[in-house]
Ligand binder design. Structure first.
Ligand SMILES: [Zn+2]
Length: 539
Protein backbone atom coordinates (compact mmCIF):
# COMPACT_ATOMS: atom_id res chain seq x y z
CA UNK A 1 0.00 0.00 0.00
CA UNK A 2 2.79 2.41 0.87
CA UNK A 3 5.30 0.95 -1.57
CA UNK A 4 7.76 3.09 -3.40
CA UNK A 5 9.74 2.52 -6.55
CA UNK A 6 12.77 4.47 -7.73
CA UNK A 7 10.65 5.67 -10.68
CA UNK A 8 8.11 7.23 -8.37
CA UNK A 9 9.96 8.80 -5.49
CA UNK A 10 7.38 11.18 -4.01
CA UNK A 11 10.21 13.33 -2.64
CA UNK A 12 12.27 13.90 -5.77
CA UNK A 13 13.85 17.21 -4.65
CA UNK A 14 14.94 18.18 -1.12
CA UNK A 15 12.72 20.83 0.56
CA UNK A 16 15.83 22.72 1.76
CA UNK A 17 19.37 22.90 0.39
CA UNK A 18 21.16 19.70 1.56
CA UNK A 19 22.63 18.43 3.78
CA UNK A 20 19.42 18.11 5.80
CA UNK A 21 19.68 17.88 9.59
CA UNK A 22 16.74 16.61 11.62
CA UNK A 23 15.59 18.12 14.93
CA UNK A 24 12.31 16.21 15.19
CA UNK A 25 11.28 12.84 13.76
CA UNK A 26 8.02 11.45 12.43
CA UNK A 27 5.86 9.92 15.19
CA UNK A 28 7.83 11.63 17.96
CA UNK A 29 5.81 11.75 21.19
CA UNK A 30 4.60 15.34 21.72
CA UNK A 31 2.03 17.02 23.93
CA UNK A 32 -1.30 15.34 23.00
CA UNK A 33 -0.09 14.34 19.51
CA UNK A 34 2.38 12.30 17.52
CA UNK A 35 4.66 14.54 15.45
CA UNK A 36 3.22 14.34 11.94
CA UNK A 37 6.33 15.38 10.03
CA UNK A 38 10.07 15.90 10.12
CA UNK A 39 11.56 19.06 11.61
CA UNK A 40 14.45 20.27 9.46
CA UNK A 41 17.06 22.51 11.00
CA UNK A 42 17.81 25.90 9.46
CA UNK A 43 20.91 26.71 11.49
CA UNK A 44 18.71 28.57 14.00
CA UNK A 45 18.10 31.18 11.30
CA UNK A 46 15.09 32.48 9.39
CA UNK A 47 15.43 33.00 5.63
CA UNK A 48 16.49 29.75 3.96
CA UNK A 49 14.91 29.01 0.55
CA UNK A 50 12.21 26.29 0.63
CA UNK A 51 11.65 24.16 -2.47
CA UNK A 52 8.79 22.01 -3.86
CA UNK A 53 9.70 18.31 -3.53
CA UNK A 54 7.92 17.30 -6.74
CA UNK A 55 5.82 18.79 -9.58
CA UNK A 56 2.32 19.65 -8.43
CA UNK A 57 0.06 22.52 -7.46
CA UNK A 58 -0.70 24.59 -4.37
CA UNK A 59 -3.78 22.87 -2.91
CA UNK A 60 -4.09 24.77 0.37
CA UNK A 61 -2.67 27.88 2.01
CA UNK A 62 -2.93 28.39 5.72
CA UNK A 63 -1.88 31.57 7.52
CA UNK A 64 -2.31 31.50 11.30
CA UNK A 65 -0.90 33.15 14.45
CA UNK A 66 -0.62 29.66 16.04
CA UNK A 67 0.05 26.08 14.91
CA UNK A 68 1.76 25.83 11.51
CA UNK A 69 1.92 29.63 11.12
CA UNK A 70 2.47 30.32 7.41
CA UNK A 71 2.06 26.98 5.61
CA UNK A 72 1.88 25.66 2.04
CA UNK A 73 0.25 22.39 0.97
CA UNK A 74 1.17 20.99 -2.46
CA UNK A 75 -0.72 18.14 -4.15
CA UNK A 76 1.35 15.90 -6.42
CA UNK A 77 0.38 13.51 -9.25
CA UNK A 78 1.87 10.62 -7.21
CA UNK A 79 -1.13 10.83 -4.84
CA UNK A 80 0.82 12.62 -2.11
CA UNK A 81 0.52 16.00 -0.46
CA UNK A 82 3.63 17.78 0.84
CA UNK A 83 3.34 20.35 3.65
CA UNK A 84 5.84 23.12 4.54
CA UNK A 85 5.17 24.98 7.82
CA UNK A 86 6.44 27.80 10.09
CA UNK A 87 7.43 29.77 6.95
CA UNK A 88 8.54 33.38 7.09
CA UNK A 89 7.09 34.42 3.70
CA UNK A 90 5.77 33.07 0.45
CA UNK A 91 7.54 33.44 -2.88
CA UNK A 92 6.49 34.76 -6.31
CA UNK A 93 3.00 33.95 -7.54
CA UNK A 94 2.07 32.32 -4.21
CA UNK A 95 2.92 35.55 -2.33
CA UNK A 96 0.83 37.59 -4.80
CA UNK A 97 -2.14 35.25 -4.45
CA UNK A 98 -1.94 35.33 -0.63
CA UNK A 99 -1.85 39.15 -0.49
CA UNK A 100 -4.73 39.48 -3.00
CA UNK A 101 -6.81 37.01 -0.99
CA UNK A 102 -6.04 38.75 2.30
CA UNK A 103 -7.07 42.09 0.74
CA UNK A 104 -10.30 40.53 -0.58
CA UNK A 105 -11.10 38.85 2.79
CA UNK A 106 -9.96 41.95 4.73
CA UNK A 107 -8.13 39.63 7.16
CA UNK A 108 -4.56 38.32 7.33
CA UNK A 109 -5.49 34.82 8.55
CA UNK A 110 -6.29 32.35 5.78
CA UNK A 111 -7.19 28.70 5.41
CA UNK A 112 -8.13 28.21 1.77
CA UNK A 113 -8.28 25.21 -0.55
CA UNK A 114 -7.10 25.98 -4.11
CA UNK A 115 -8.13 24.16 -7.29
CA UNK A 116 -5.54 22.54 -9.60
CA UNK A 117 -4.27 24.90 -12.31
CA UNK A 118 -4.37 28.10 -10.23
CA UNK A 119 -0.84 27.92 -8.75
CA UNK A 120 1.17 25.11 -10.40
CA UNK A 121 4.71 24.40 -9.17
CA UNK A 122 7.68 22.50 -10.57
CA UNK A 123 9.77 20.09 -8.51
CA UNK A 124 12.77 21.95 -7.10
CA UNK A 125 11.10 25.36 -7.57
CA UNK A 126 11.52 27.86 -4.74
CA UNK A 127 8.12 28.38 -3.07
CA UNK A 128 8.87 30.14 0.22
CA UNK A 129 11.42 31.31 2.77
CA UNK A 130 11.87 29.40 6.01
CA UNK A 131 10.83 31.00 9.29
CA UNK A 132 9.65 30.64 12.86
CA UNK A 133 5.94 31.46 12.47
CA UNK A 134 3.04 29.97 14.45
CA UNK A 135 3.71 27.59 17.32
CA UNK A 136 7.34 27.05 16.35
CA UNK A 137 9.83 26.91 19.24
CA UNK A 138 12.70 28.29 17.12
CA UNK A 139 13.47 28.67 13.41
CA UNK A 140 13.04 25.43 11.42
CA UNK A 141 10.95 23.93 8.64
CA UNK A 142 8.25 21.43 9.58
CA UNK A 143 7.93 19.16 6.55
CA UNK A 144 5.15 16.59 6.07
CA UNK A 145 4.19 14.07 3.46
CA UNK A 146 0.61 12.83 3.43
CA UNK A 147 -1.37 10.40 1.37
CA UNK A 148 -3.68 12.92 -0.34
CA UNK A 149 -6.84 10.82 -0.29
CA UNK A 150 -6.78 9.63 3.34
CA UNK A 151 -4.75 12.61 4.64
CA UNK A 152 -2.71 10.10 6.65
CA UNK A 153 0.71 11.56 7.45
CA UNK A 154 3.51 9.28 6.16
CA UNK A 155 7.08 8.98 7.41
CA UNK A 156 8.96 11.14 4.85
CA UNK A 157 12.18 9.18 5.45
CA UNK A 158 10.50 6.18 3.73
CA UNK A 159 9.58 8.26 0.65
CA UNK A 160 12.85 9.74 -0.50
CA UNK A 161 13.74 12.43 2.06
CA UNK A 162 17.50 12.06 2.51
CA UNK A 163 18.79 13.31 5.85
CA UNK A 164 22.07 13.08 7.74
CA UNK A 165 21.77 10.00 9.98
CA UNK A 166 25.13 8.64 11.11
CA UNK A 167 24.09 7.05 14.40
CA UNK A 168 21.75 4.31 15.59
CA UNK A 169 19.00 4.96 18.15
CA UNK A 170 19.96 4.37 21.79
CA UNK A 171 18.11 2.45 24.48
CA UNK A 172 18.96 4.32 27.69
CA UNK A 173 17.01 2.52 30.39
CA UNK A 174 14.05 0.27 31.12
CA UNK A 175 11.37 0.97 33.71
CA UNK A 176 9.82 -2.16 35.22
CA UNK A 177 6.32 -1.59 36.55
CA UNK A 178 4.68 -4.30 38.60
CA UNK A 179 3.15 -4.89 42.02
CA UNK A 180 6.61 -4.42 43.60
CA UNK A 181 6.70 -0.82 42.35
CA UNK A 182 8.53 0.94 39.51
CA UNK A 183 12.25 0.20 39.23
CA UNK A 184 14.67 1.63 36.70
CA UNK A 185 17.29 -0.66 35.15
CA UNK A 186 20.18 0.62 33.08
CA UNK A 187 21.64 -1.81 30.54
CA UNK A 188 25.36 -2.50 30.39
CA UNK A 189 27.59 -3.56 27.52
CA UNK A 190 29.05 -7.08 27.80
CA UNK A 191 31.08 -9.14 25.33
CA UNK A 192 27.81 -10.83 24.31
CA UNK A 193 25.99 -7.57 23.70
CA UNK A 194 23.93 -5.27 25.84
CA UNK A 195 22.09 -6.78 28.78
CA UNK A 196 20.89 -6.06 32.31
CA UNK A 197 23.47 -7.19 34.88
CA UNK A 198 21.11 -8.94 37.27
CA UNK A 199 18.13 -11.16 36.70
CA UNK A 200 15.07 -8.99 37.31
CA UNK A 201 12.60 -10.35 39.86
CA UNK A 202 9.01 -9.39 39.18
CA UNK A 203 5.47 -9.86 40.36
CA UNK A 204 3.36 -10.71 37.32
CA UNK A 205 1.88 -8.94 35.51
CA UNK A 206 4.88 -6.80 34.56
CA UNK A 207 4.76 -3.77 32.26
CA UNK A 208 7.97 -2.35 30.78
CA UNK A 209 8.55 1.24 29.67
CA UNK A 210 11.49 1.94 27.35
CA UNK A 211 13.55 5.13 27.63
CA UNK A 212 15.07 5.50 24.16
CA UNK A 213 15.81 8.10 21.51
CA UNK A 214 17.01 8.28 17.95
CA UNK A 215 20.34 10.03 17.54
CA UNK A 216 21.45 11.12 14.10
CA UNK A 217 24.72 12.98 14.63
CA UNK A 218 26.96 13.25 17.68
CA UNK A 219 25.81 16.25 19.73
CA UNK A 220 22.64 16.28 17.64
CA UNK A 221 19.13 16.53 19.11
CA UNK A 222 17.46 13.55 20.79
CA UNK A 223 14.71 12.49 18.41
CA UNK A 224 11.78 10.10 18.66
CA UNK A 225 11.99 6.44 17.64
CA UNK A 226 11.06 4.99 14.26
CA UNK A 227 10.56 1.52 15.72
CA UNK A 228 10.65 -0.10 19.16
CA UNK A 229 9.73 -3.71 19.92
CA UNK A 230 9.58 -5.97 22.97
CA UNK A 231 9.91 -9.75 22.45
CA UNK A 232 9.60 -12.30 25.22
CA UNK A 233 9.99 -16.07 25.36
CA UNK A 234 6.36 -16.61 26.34
CA UNK A 235 4.21 -14.01 24.53
CA UNK A 236 3.64 -12.13 21.30
CA UNK A 237 5.81 -9.13 20.47
CA UNK A 238 4.52 -5.65 21.24
CA UNK A 239 5.80 -2.30 20.02
CA UNK A 240 5.56 0.74 17.80
CA UNK A 241 6.46 1.45 14.19
CA UNK A 242 5.98 4.92 12.79
CA UNK A 243 5.35 4.37 9.07
CA UNK A 244 2.12 6.37 9.05
CA UNK A 245 -0.79 7.10 11.36
CA UNK A 246 -4.21 8.69 11.44
CA UNK A 247 -4.57 12.28 12.70
CA UNK A 248 -7.76 11.13 14.47
CA UNK A 249 -5.56 9.02 16.79
CA UNK A 250 -3.34 11.95 17.80
CA UNK A 251 -4.26 11.97 21.49
CA UNK A 252 -3.42 8.25 21.68
CA UNK A 253 0.10 9.46 22.43
CA UNK A 254 -1.27 9.49 26.00
CA UNK A 255 -1.70 5.71 25.80
CA UNK A 256 1.79 5.28 24.33
CA UNK A 257 3.73 7.23 26.92
CA UNK A 258 3.40 7.01 30.68
CA UNK A 259 1.99 10.17 32.28
CA UNK A 260 3.43 9.41 35.74
CA UNK A 261 6.95 8.81 34.39
CA UNK A 262 6.67 11.93 32.26
CA UNK A 263 5.73 13.99 35.34
CA UNK A 264 8.70 12.51 37.19
CA UNK A 265 11.38 12.65 34.47
CA UNK A 266 10.15 15.22 31.93
CA UNK A 267 10.64 12.62 29.21
CA UNK A 268 8.05 10.82 27.10
CA UNK A 269 9.01 7.15 26.94
CA UNK A 270 7.52 4.16 25.14
CA UNK A 271 5.14 1.94 27.06
CA UNK A 272 5.68 -1.64 25.86
CA UNK A 273 2.23 -2.84 26.84
CA UNK A 274 -1.17 -1.84 25.68
CA UNK A 275 -3.94 -0.05 27.46
CA UNK A 276 -7.36 -1.80 27.36
CA UNK A 277 -8.37 0.78 24.73
CA UNK A 278 -5.22 1.63 22.76
CA UNK A 279 -5.71 3.42 19.43
CA UNK A 280 -2.79 4.80 17.45
CA UNK A 281 0.25 3.34 15.79
CA UNK A 282 1.12 0.51 18.21
CA UNK A 283 1.28 -3.02 16.94
CA UNK A 284 0.93 -6.56 18.09
CA UNK A 285 1.61 -8.57 14.93
CA UNK A 286 -0.98 -11.26 15.54
CA UNK A 287 -3.61 -8.74 16.50
CA UNK A 288 -5.05 -7.78 19.82
CA UNK A 289 -7.23 -10.30 21.60
CA UNK A 290 -8.78 -8.88 24.77
CA UNK A 291 -9.25 -12.48 25.97
CA UNK A 292 -5.56 -13.33 25.59
CA UNK A 293 -2.81 -12.43 28.08
CA UNK A 294 -0.14 -13.14 25.45
CA UNK A 295 -1.13 -10.22 23.21
CA UNK A 296 -1.18 -7.39 25.75
CA UNK A 297 2.55 -6.70 25.98
CA UNK A 298 2.31 -7.22 29.76
CA UNK A 299 4.56 -10.03 30.92
CA UNK A 300 2.77 -12.88 32.70
CA UNK A 301 4.41 -15.96 34.26
CA UNK A 302 4.01 -18.43 37.13
CA UNK A 303 6.09 -18.08 40.31
CA UNK A 304 9.58 -19.50 39.69
CA UNK A 305 9.30 -19.20 35.91
CA UNK A 306 12.11 -17.42 34.03
CA UNK A 307 11.20 -15.29 31.01
CA UNK A 308 13.83 -14.16 28.51
CA UNK A 309 13.05 -10.74 27.02
CA UNK A 310 14.65 -8.48 24.45
CA UNK A 311 13.93 -4.85 23.62
CA UNK A 312 15.05 -3.51 20.28
CA UNK A 313 14.95 0.02 18.82
CA UNK A 314 15.61 0.72 15.17
CA UNK A 315 15.83 3.67 12.76
CA UNK A 316 14.62 3.82 9.14
CA UNK A 317 18.06 2.76 7.85
CA UNK A 318 17.98 -0.37 10.05
CA UNK A 319 20.59 0.92 12.51
CA UNK A 320 19.59 -0.49 15.89
CA UNK A 321 20.25 -0.98 19.58
CA UNK A 322 18.95 -3.83 21.71
CA UNK A 323 19.06 -5.02 25.31
CA UNK A 324 18.15 -8.40 26.72
CA UNK A 325 17.39 -9.67 30.21
CA UNK A 326 16.28 -12.64 32.26
CA UNK A 327 13.14 -11.96 34.26
CA UNK A 328 12.26 -14.19 37.21
CA UNK A 329 8.64 -14.29 38.35
CA UNK A 330 8.45 -14.29 42.18
CA UNK A 331 4.71 -13.95 42.59
CA UNK A 332 1.76 -13.75 40.25
CA UNK A 333 -1.76 -12.42 40.07
CA UNK A 334 -3.90 -14.49 37.74
CA UNK A 335 -4.66 -13.06 34.31
CA UNK A 336 -8.00 -11.34 34.04
CA UNK A 337 -9.23 -9.78 30.83
CA UNK A 338 -8.90 -5.98 31.14
CA UNK A 339 -11.96 -3.96 31.91
CA UNK A 340 -12.63 -1.87 28.83
CA UNK A 341 -13.83 1.71 29.27
CA UNK A 342 -17.57 2.16 28.86
CA UNK A 343 -19.84 4.99 27.72
CA UNK A 344 -21.71 6.70 30.53
CA UNK A 345 -23.38 9.92 31.62
CA UNK A 346 -23.93 11.84 34.85
CA UNK A 347 -26.44 14.53 35.81
CA UNK A 348 -26.87 17.36 38.27
CA UNK A 349 -29.85 19.69 38.37
CA UNK A 350 -28.25 22.18 35.96
CA UNK A 351 -25.76 20.10 33.96
CA UNK A 352 -25.23 16.80 32.18
CA UNK A 353 -21.92 15.13 31.38
CA UNK A 354 -21.58 12.33 28.83
CA UNK A 355 -18.70 10.35 27.38
CA UNK A 356 -18.15 7.48 24.98
CA UNK A 357 -16.24 4.23 25.35
CA UNK A 358 -13.37 5.83 23.42
CA UNK A 359 -13.10 8.71 25.93
CA UNK A 360 -10.68 6.79 28.16
CA UNK A 361 -7.92 4.18 27.70
CA UNK A 362 -9.10 2.18 30.70
CA UNK A 363 -12.13 1.95 32.96
CA UNK A 364 -12.25 5.35 34.66
CA UNK A 365 -14.34 6.76 37.49
CA UNK A 366 -15.59 10.28 36.92
CA UNK A 367 -16.86 12.55 39.66
CA UNK A 368 -19.19 15.38 38.75
CA UNK A 369 -20.82 18.01 40.93
CA UNK A 370 -22.13 21.55 40.88
CA UNK A 371 -20.60 24.45 42.72
CA UNK A 372 -22.08 27.90 43.37
CA UNK A 373 -21.42 29.34 39.90
CA UNK A 374 -20.47 26.34 37.83
CA UNK A 375 -19.46 22.76 37.69
CA UNK A 376 -16.61 20.49 38.73
CA UNK A 377 -15.42 17.35 36.87
CA UNK A 378 -12.66 15.04 38.04
CA UNK A 379 -11.03 11.82 36.90
CA UNK A 380 -7.54 10.30 37.10
CA UNK A 381 -5.41 9.72 34.00
CA UNK A 382 -5.53 11.07 30.46
CA UNK A 383 -8.70 11.26 28.34
CA UNK A 384 -8.70 10.23 24.68
CA UNK A 385 -11.78 11.79 23.11
CA UNK A 386 -13.34 14.74 24.93
CA UNK A 387 -16.21 14.45 27.39
CA UNK A 388 -19.33 16.43 26.54
CA UNK A 389 -20.74 18.90 29.01
CA UNK A 390 -24.33 20.04 28.46
CA UNK A 391 -25.65 23.03 30.40
CA UNK A 392 -29.41 22.67 30.81
CA UNK A 393 -29.98 26.40 30.55
CA UNK A 394 -27.77 29.33 29.64
CA UNK A 395 -28.38 32.99 30.35
CA UNK A 396 -28.32 34.90 27.06
CA UNK A 397 -25.64 37.41 27.94
CA UNK A 398 -23.16 34.81 29.17
CA UNK A 399 -21.06 33.54 26.32
CA UNK A 400 -18.13 31.67 27.85
CA UNK A 401 -17.49 28.80 30.19
CA UNK A 402 -14.00 29.26 31.62
CA UNK A 403 -12.44 25.85 32.26
CA UNK A 404 -9.68 25.93 34.87
CA UNK A 405 -7.49 22.84 35.27
CA UNK A 406 -5.64 22.00 38.52
CA UNK A 407 -2.38 23.14 36.84
CA UNK A 408 -3.88 26.61 36.41
CA UNK A 409 -4.54 26.49 32.67
CA UNK A 410 -7.68 28.40 31.70
CA UNK A 411 -9.64 27.83 28.51
CA UNK A 412 -12.40 30.20 27.44
CA UNK A 413 -14.92 28.01 25.71
CA UNK A 414 -17.41 29.85 23.55
CA UNK A 415 -21.05 29.16 24.04
CA UNK A 416 -23.48 30.40 21.43
CA UNK A 417 -26.98 30.09 22.96
CA UNK A 418 -28.49 30.36 19.47
CA UNK A 419 -25.92 28.12 17.81
CA UNK A 420 -26.13 24.54 16.72
CA UNK A 421 -23.55 23.05 19.10
CA UNK A 422 -25.40 22.21 22.29
CA UNK A 423 -22.38 21.04 24.30
CA UNK A 424 -18.84 21.95 25.34
CA UNK A 425 -15.88 19.58 24.99
CA UNK A 426 -13.90 18.78 28.15
CA UNK A 427 -10.42 17.31 27.61
CA UNK A 428 -8.96 17.74 31.09
CA UNK A 429 -10.41 17.52 34.59
CA UNK A 430 -11.15 20.90 36.13
CA UNK A 431 -13.71 23.38 37.20
CA UNK A 432 -16.01 25.38 34.93
CA UNK A 433 -17.43 28.81 35.62
CA UNK A 434 -19.63 31.05 33.48
CA UNK A 435 -17.92 34.32 32.73
CA UNK A 436 -18.37 37.31 30.47
CA UNK A 437 -15.42 39.08 28.85
CA UNK A 438 -15.81 42.87 29.13
CA UNK A 439 -12.14 43.77 28.57
CA UNK A 440 -10.92 44.68 25.06
CA UNK A 441 -7.50 43.44 23.83
CA UNK A 442 -4.51 45.37 25.19
CA UNK A 443 -1.78 46.78 22.96
CA UNK A 444 1.52 48.56 23.26
CA UNK A 445 3.96 50.25 20.88
CA UNK A 446 7.54 49.59 21.92
CA UNK A 447 8.70 52.65 19.97
CA UNK A 448 6.55 55.52 18.71
CA UNK A 449 5.62 55.07 15.04
CA UNK A 450 7.45 57.58 12.76
CA UNK A 451 5.57 60.55 11.31
CA UNK A 452 7.04 59.89 7.83
CA UNK A 453 6.76 56.46 6.35
CA UNK A 454 7.77 54.91 3.05
CA UNK A 455 5.43 52.62 1.08
CA UNK A 456 5.81 48.95 2.12
CA UNK A 457 7.02 49.86 5.62
CA UNK A 458 6.20 47.60 8.56
CA UNK A 459 4.92 49.02 11.87
CA UNK A 460 5.18 46.71 14.85
CA UNK A 461 3.44 46.56 18.21
CA UNK A 462 2.49 43.96 20.79
CA UNK A 463 -1.08 42.93 21.55
CA UNK A 464 -2.90 40.27 23.50
CA UNK A 465 -6.24 39.36 24.97
CA UNK A 466 -5.91 37.42 28.21
CA UNK A 467 -9.59 36.58 28.52
CA UNK A 468 -11.66 35.19 25.61
CA UNK A 469 -8.81 35.67 23.11
CA UNK A 470 -8.04 37.60 19.93
CA UNK A 471 -10.58 37.10 17.16
CA UNK A 472 -9.82 39.84 14.62
CA UNK A 473 -7.05 42.30 13.84
CA UNK A 474 -6.66 44.46 10.76
CA UNK A 475 -5.91 47.97 9.53
CA UNK A 476 -7.62 50.49 7.30
CA UNK A 477 -6.50 53.70 5.62
CA UNK A 478 -8.62 56.88 5.43
CA UNK A 479 -10.05 55.81 2.06
CA UNK A 480 -11.13 52.37 3.32
CA UNK A 481 -8.12 50.49 1.85
CA UNK A 482 -7.50 47.36 3.91
CA UNK A 483 -4.05 47.07 5.51
CA UNK A 484 -3.10 43.53 6.58
CA UNK A 485 -1.81 43.05 10.12
CA UNK A 486 0.16 39.87 10.82
CA UNK A 487 0.14 38.20 14.22
CA UNK A 488 2.47 35.82 16.03
CA UNK A 489 0.66 34.66 19.17
CA UNK A 490 3.74 33.25 20.97
CA UNK A 491 5.50 36.63 20.87
CA UNK A 492 2.21 38.64 21.06
CA UNK A 493 3.73 40.38 18.06
CA UNK A 494 1.67 42.30 15.49
CA UNK A 495 3.01 43.87 12.29
CA UNK A 496 1.12 46.38 10.16
CA UNK A 497 2.10 45.76 6.51
CA UNK A 498 1.69 49.12 4.72
CA UNK A 499 0.90 48.85 0.98
CA UNK A 500 3.85 49.07 -1.39
CA UNK A 501 1.84 51.38 -3.70
CA UNK A 502 0.97 53.90 -0.97
CA UNK A 503 0.36 57.32 -2.57
CA UNK A 504 2.56 60.26 -1.45
CA UNK A 505 1.08 62.69 1.09
CA UNK A 506 -0.95 62.59 4.30
CA UNK A 507 -2.56 59.36 5.51
CA UNK A 508 -4.48 58.17 8.52
CA UNK A 509 -4.22 54.54 9.65
CA UNK A 510 -6.68 52.85 11.99
CA UNK A 511 -5.93 49.39 13.41
CA UNK A 512 -8.82 47.44 14.93
CA UNK A 513 -8.37 44.61 17.46
CA UNK A 514 -11.41 42.58 18.45
CA UNK A 515 -11.71 39.75 21.00
CA UNK A 516 -14.07 36.76 20.82
CA UNK A 517 -16.65 38.57 22.96
CA UNK A 518 -16.72 41.50 20.51
CA UNK A 519 -14.80 44.01 22.67
CA UNK A 520 -12.86 46.38 20.41
CA UNK A 521 -9.59 48.31 20.80
CA UNK A 522 -8.30 50.78 18.21
CA UNK A 523 -4.91 52.27 17.38
CA UNK A 524 -4.60 55.41 15.24
CA UNK A 525 -1.62 56.86 13.40
CA UNK A 526 -1.41 59.89 11.12
CA UNK A 527 1.65 60.04 8.88
CA UNK A 528 3.15 61.39 5.68
CA UNK A 529 3.99 58.92 2.94
CA UNK A 530 7.45 59.72 1.56
CA UNK A 531 9.61 57.89 -0.98
CA UNK A 532 11.96 55.43 0.76
CA UNK A 533 15.04 57.53 -0.29
CA UNK A 534 13.90 60.37 2.03
CA UNK A 535 15.21 58.81 5.20
CA UNK A 536 12.35 56.58 6.25
CA UNK A 537 14.49 53.54 6.98
CA UNK A 538 13.67 50.49 9.01
CA UNK A 539 12.09 51.09 12.43
ZN1 LIG B 1 7.38 19.83 13.41
Amino acid sequence: MWGQSPHNRPIAYPPLTPPLFVSGTFGELRNNHFHAGIDLRTNEEVGKPVFAVQDGFVSRIKVSPIGYGLAIYLDHPSGHTSVYAHLDRYDGAIAEWVLQTQMKNRFWELDTLLPPGLLPVKGGERIATSGNSGGSAGPHVHFELRETQSEHPLNPLLYGLDVVDDLPPVLRALYFQDALGTRKQVPVATPEGRRLLDTVSFAAPLGVVVDAEDLMQSNGPKNGLYKGVQKTSNALPFGYCFDFFDFADGRAVNATHDAALFAQTGKRMYRMYRQPYHPGPSFSPSGWLPSDAASTGRIYASPGEIVRAIWRVEDVLGQSDSVWAYLRCVQASPWTAPELPVADSLYTSRWSLAWGKESFYRKTDVSFREHSDGVYVHWVGPAHSPLRLYPHRIADRIQFLVWATPSGKKTWMAWDPHGSKPFLEIKEPGSGKWQTDLTPPSHQRKNPWPASLAPGRVLSFTASDTESGMAYYGGELEDGTFVPVSYDAKYKSMRVLLPSDLSPGAHRLEVVLKDRAGNVARLFHSFQSVPSSQGAGKP
